[in-house]
Design a binder for this molecule. Structure first.
Ligand SMILES: [Fe+2]
Length: 415
């Protein structure tokens, strides 16, 4: 029996020229970066050319990296750019208008000390182990959650590690809606001789969105300003870029970039659509910022927490930390062999909790449901499937798992 010609790859290709495709404009768009760089060529990515080039800092109007702080910048001095504050109303206004806000003293000095000591020790250890993750700007420490209890608490915004945690969480919830999760926790260390990072948006999808899909919670662990690589941002670019994409208009001339100035302990929340990048450290002391991105719960996370988190951390993790790392399934995301259908994705919700599967795998005891049939043996049918155990535990916990293992009742997602 011949396969119909319509299924022949060559016949499909002949009918799939770009102008014949559906949604071609949306799928192939390189906006807003294409027109952004055409209108603002001075912010084009700077190729690494050796540290000496970045050692002689002076303010140069028009350069996105040889810039300065908002208050010292001739263009921005007249504007009321975000200042560190604990006033939640002001923080909201700063986020909406400028795409970032600064929470003053979100960490107390002793909370900063704990993180700084741990970051510097870890950075040295990773260098000695010859696994340091060098970046053009310096050194990153990835997957911090495995590298100290203080990092677990930082992800949780636990007041023991972040005195301003409740305020930070309120703002993140307002920006992203409830149920948001964490994408990664990275220590970003900017070192002398490093190269400025290209300005970019952290949010890589839905760039026409009217509210952010991601936000980054940056914690200054050392003071930062124009001298040591204070994060570069173009204030207000979050809405300028989103509007251009939404209206299908090219991005025009943008205002100049500045270095964010922040005392250690300040948390800076940035809108995922804001243009930003790591600045140049002109000093000999490391500049440390914790990058703790948060996102809508349906997006893929930067860190693959499903594999990377250590068993010890998983076993002691609070329901909140597990949720934040993505270990709570919903009907549409991260279900594990069907466990999680019907779950809302709440922290501690047994009907969507998936960590038991990972721990079973760690122990070499994960029994997956494979091929079964009417001729399967009694032994095959009675196997100690991990799914059977997890669903049973979830029911025992008082939360009925909406998906039965017999008499399957699928609330949605079936089809
Ligand atoms: Fe970024």
């Amino acid at each position: 029996m011949g396969i119909p010609n319509e299924f022949n790859p060559e016949a499909i290709a002949a009918k799939s020229a770009p102008d014949m495709r559906m949604y071609q404009v949306e799928v192939s768009s390189t906006e807003p970066m294409k027109s952004l760089l055409e209108s603002n060529p001075e912010i084009y990515f700077v190729t690494p050319q050796g540290g000496s080039q970045w050692g002689t800092w002076e303010f140069k109007p028009g350069s996105y990296y040889d810039t300065t702080t908002g208050v010292k910048h001739p263009y921005w001095a007249e504007h009321r750019l975000p200042q560190p504050t604990k006033d939640i109303d002001q923080l909201r206004r700063d986020m909406v208008e400028w795409g970032y806000c600064k929470i003053a003293e979100a960490l107390a000095p002793e909370q900063v000390d704990v993180l700084r000591d741990r970051v510097l020790e870890q950075a040295e250890g990773e260098r000695l182990a010859a696994i340091a993750q060098k970046t053009p700007s310096g050194q990153n420490i990835n997957c911090c959650v495995n590298k100290g209890r203080c990092f677990e608490q930082l992800i949780e915004q636990h007041p023991a590690a972040v005195q301003g945690g409740p305020l930070v969480e309120q703002l993140v919830t307002e920006a992203l809606g409830s149920g948001w999760i964490c994408t990664s926790l990275i220590a970003s260390i900017s070192l002398k001789g490093g190269v400025p990072q290209a300005l970019h948006q952290d949010q890589s999808n839905a760039l026409d969105s009217r509210s952010p899909m991601t936000v980054n919670v940056l914690t200054a662990i050392t003071d930062m300003d124009e001298s040591n690589g204070g994060t570069l941002v173009i204030p207000g670019s979050h809405t300028a870029l989103a509007e251009a994409v939404r209206e299908r208009k090219p991005v025009g001339k943008l205002p100049p970039a500045i270095n964010i100035e922040a005392k250690a302990g300040t948390m800076v929340i940035t809108d995922g659509r804001l243009l930003h990048g790591t600045g140049i450290n002109h000093t000999t002391a490391p500049r440390i910022v914790m990058l703790n991105g948060m996102q809508k719960p349906w997006m893929r996370q930067q860190e693959n927490w499903m594999l990377s988190v250590s068993p010890d951390v998983l076993r002691r993790a609070s329901p909140k930390l597990l949720h934040r790392m993505g270990y709570q399934a919903t009907t549409g995301t991260q279900t594990n062999e069907g466990h999680g259908f019907g779950a809302k994705g709440f922290a501690g919700e047994a009907a969507g909790a998936t960590v038991a599967f990972r721990l079973a795998a760690d122990a070499g005891e994960y029994v997956r449901v494979g091929e079964l049939s009417s001729t399967s043996s009694e032994e095959e049918l009675r196997a100690d499937f991990t799914l059977r155990r997890v669903v049973g535990e979830a029911r025992k916990g008082g939360q009925s798992a909406p998906v039965g293992i017999s008499g399957m009742r699928l609330p949605s997602g079936e089809g």
